[in-house]
Design a binder for this molecule. Structure first.
Ligand SMILES: [Zn+2]
Length: 71
């Protein structure tokens, strides 16, 4: 099952969603996104913990790994 992280769930007013196969994949994408979109935001250990707890299993990903393009 895939994983999803929404910026909004971390408390940021942003529509970005990271989709990945596991936590490490999500964290990598979140770091990339933060670098380009949230340049004021420092990735502190506290924020990383917050991000990790905001990562959720992606719903409805049973048929195609979470890519909505198949429907
Ligand atoms: Zn964002």
């Amino acid at each position: 099952m895939g994983k999803v992280l929404k910026c909004r769930d971390v408390g940021v007013n942003c529509d970005f969603e990271a989709h990945g196969k596991d936590d490490a994949d999500i964290l990598r994408q979140a770091a990339e996104h933060a670098k380009s979109c949230h340049t004021e935001t420092k990735i502190t250990p506290e924020l990383q913990a917050k991000i990790k707890s905001a990562i959720k299993d992606e719903a409805g990903s049973s048929c195609c790994g979470g890519h909505s393009s198949c429907h």
